[in-house]
Design a protein around this ligand. Structure first.
Ligand code: SAM
Length: 389
């Protein structure tokens, strides 16, 4: 099968590296999506192991359509009887970009009609409407420059829903974005488990929890289910096998050095609760603290945070001052690397230093900069940093 893996724009290369580690060396990446070939076991593995992808989709067909009739015909030609049953709960999803079939809701309606007609014809139900009381199947109909891609979503709930984050907190990072950010840094616990990782603006704990999961090789999808497991067309046992592989690979014997602090007592208590649910609480050193006082006796380390943005004008002055002070904190740790995700305009000016590297990312719908600052590298990292620069 051709599998499509959507990721947040800007995280394609990070996810490609994750795929390579999992043994998928051919994964062409393009504008927020990657493609791999695989079977049902691969679908289970990708859902369980991938840290920064949003979901895993099966590509059923691609064809050109500029009218609803062409769309109907293209969708009808897909052998839906191999994928769905008469009681499947069919939900339509999709988008249209630079295409004549611009009314995507209407296109979804036409596509669903085609699916139901095909099922009625092939399974000979004699009915044109179904109870839809069975397993959920989300069918994607995406149109880009008049080319229609029809997909089936094997994940169901987005892969950011690991299951550990249950309490509400203001402006938390999506888990998949947090994992992608971590993989974009030099935090490499497989090479140096003692190198500290710190988030002094940790809020509900997403970054330190994801860092601990990475360090301990805890698969992000270990504690959840996926839509494909309820489908008649999917073989039984593949998810169990992928989860066994994940369990076997866990390294809870390791001792990563992870600091999580926040000025909000409530934030820290929520973060601790989430860390416990993720099974990593005893690996993270939590404290209620002002990031302006952050320091460390460790020579090398990784600072990764998304500080408050100051979206409202009234807050922006405060956030600018905070970033000025935090810039001083970083400069007092000359061998550390710092990585900041923020939408604050002119961030580098307030931080007091031009970033060594920056890229554009989206946090929810907010355009952000991801600013990387490299401290003096330990010898081993010299080469990698030179390449990055
Ligand atoms: C955008 S939120 C971080 C969200 C977090 N990444 C998550 O996923 O939940 C920014 C955090 O900075 C904290 N904060 C604000 N001023 C601070 C300061 N001076 N020192 C430490 N934390 C601060 C806020 O309490 C808030 O939790």
């Amino acid at each position: 099968m051709k599998l499509l893996i959507p990721v947040a724009s800007g995280l394609e290369q990070t996810t490609k590296r994750q795929l390579l580690t999992l043994g998928y060396d051919k994964a062409p990446a393009d504008n927020g999506r990657l493609e791999v070939e695989g079977d049902w076991q691969d679908i289970a593995r990708l859902n369980v192991f991938l840290r920064s992808s949003e979901r895993v989709l099966i590509v059923l067909d691609k064809f050109r359509a500029v009218t609803f009739d062409e769309l109907y015909e293209g969708v009808y030609n897909i052998p839906w009887e191999n994928w769905l049953t008469v009681d499947s709960k069919i939900l339509m999803d999709g988008k249209s970009v630079q295409s004549q079939l611009a009314a995507i809701k209407a296109a979804g309606g036409v596509a669903k009609k085609a699916i139901i007609s095909r099922l009625a014809d092939k399974i000979r139900t004699g009915r044109k409407t179904f109870s839809e009381s069975g397993a959920r199947s989300v069918v994607g109909v995406s149109v880009f420059k008049d080319e229609v891609t029809v997909t089936l979503d094997t994940s169901g709930d987005g892969l950011h829903k690991r299951g550990y984050r249950s309490l509400a907190y203001s402006a938390p990072l999506k888990e998949t974005l947090a994992a992608g950010l971590i993989d974009s840094t030099f935090y490499n616990p497989d090479r140096d488990i003692e190198k500290p990782f710190a988030d002094p603006f940790c809020g509900s704990g997403t970054l330190p929890i994801e860092a601990a999961m990475k360090a301990l090789h805890i698969a992000p999808g270990l504690c959840r289910d996926f839509d494909f497991t309820k489908w008649a067309c999917a073989p039984k046992g593949v998810l169990e096998r992928a989860k066994e592989e994940a369990k076997d690979g866990e390294r809870k014997d390791l001792s990563p050095v992870i600091f999580a602090s926040d000025i909000s007592k409530e934030g820290i208590s929520i973060a601790q609760y989430h860390a416990k649910r993720a099974g990593v609480d005893k690996y993270i050193r939590f404290s209620v603290a002002d990031a302006r006082k952050f320091t460390s006796e460790k020579k090398y380390g990784i600072l990764l945070s998304n500080p408050p943005y100051g979206e409202r004008l009234s807050e922006e002055t405060e956030v600018r001052a905070l970033m000025r002070d935090f810039g001083k904190v970083f400069r007092a740790l000359p061998d550390w690397n710092a990585y900041i995700l923020t939408s604050l305009p002119d961030f580098e000016r307030y931080f007091g230093k031009s970033a060594d590297k920056k890229k554009k990312l989206f946090n929810a719908n907010l355009v952000c900069g991801f600013y990387s600052y490299f401290g003096k590298p330990p010898k081993l990292e010299d080469e990698k940093i030179k390449r990055e620069r």
